[in-house]
Design a protein around this ligand. Structure first.
Ligand code: SAH
Ligand code: MG
Length: 218
């Protein structure tokens, strides 16, 4: 097809079809989220696959997710873990957590995944106070105003050489210099952080793009 007619949606369909086809559990998860009128805030399949590849690349055994929703990104990440791996996912909304539990059970990953209910800032503080073992990978994807605080809590919870990932790093509010945006403050804090080597990878999302921030702790 002539180059000018190729849309972002075409690129997304191409690479999703080739590298990120959904299995039955992922498809059922999206269907159940639609049935339950859960907001469409989950990662695209191609971004889910990117999460999975990154987790496997560092041999992740312990993963922390902030923002579960219906357990869609959770499944992509859980599938990267070894059988004795562990993923803890933090969610404030009881209804989202209940839908996620059903979806995770259908996907057969309940042995590896634990959903912890409550405001993430509180749960993270409790985890640090309890001396929680460090994580190989932390994926931040909850309320955007909370991102700067989650970064502060995530760094000490991540092992050296581990990854801190964040979704929606290229949301429109990040680029609007007149807006006071949690994402903009988060991106700037990561870029300036002495222990983090980072970049934002643009990701395709249906008809548009967003960004996955990828930071390695050193
Ligand atoms: N990671 C999911 C999408 C998460 S959407 C996926 O890609 O499949 C963001 C989620 O964060 C929502 O479910 C919302 O209820 C939750 N959330 C919002 N504020 C929160 C908070 N303070 N603590 C924990 N979770 C929160
Ligand atoms: Mg997101």
């Amino acid at each position: 097809m002539p180059e000018q007619e190729v849309t972002l949606h075409d690129y997304d369909r191409y690479l999703t079809g080739l590298f990120a086809p959904e299995d039955e559990a992922l498809r059922a998860t999206r269907e159940e989220m639609a049935r339950e009128a859960i907001p469409r805030m989950f990662v695209s399949a191609s971004e889910g696959k990117l999460l999975q590849v990154l987790a496997r690349m560092i041999g992740a055994r312990r993963v922390l997710e902030i923002g579960t929703l219906g357990g869609y990104s959770t499944q992509w990440l859980a599938r990267a873990l070894p059988a004795d791996g562990k993923l803890i996912s933090l969610e404030i909304d009881e209804r989202h957590a209940a839908v996620a539990q059903r979806n995770l059970a259908r996907a057969g990953v309940t042995d590896q995944v634990e959903v912890r209910l409550g405001p993430a800032a509180v749960t993270l503080a409790a985890m640090r106070a309890a001396g929680e073992a460090p994580f190989d990978l932390v994926f931040i994807d909850a309320d955007k105003e909370g991102y700067p605080g989650y970064l502060e809590q995530a760094v000490p919870l991540t092992r050296d050489g581990g990854l801190i990932l964040a979704d929606n790093a290229l949301s429109h509010s990040a680029l609007d210099s007149t807006a006071d945006s949690g994402i903009a403050r988060f991106n700037a804090a990561v870029a300036a952080h002495p222990q983090l080597l980072a970049i934002i990878v643009p990701v395709l999302r249906g008809r548009g793009i967003d960004g996955l921030l990828v930071a390695v702790k050193q």
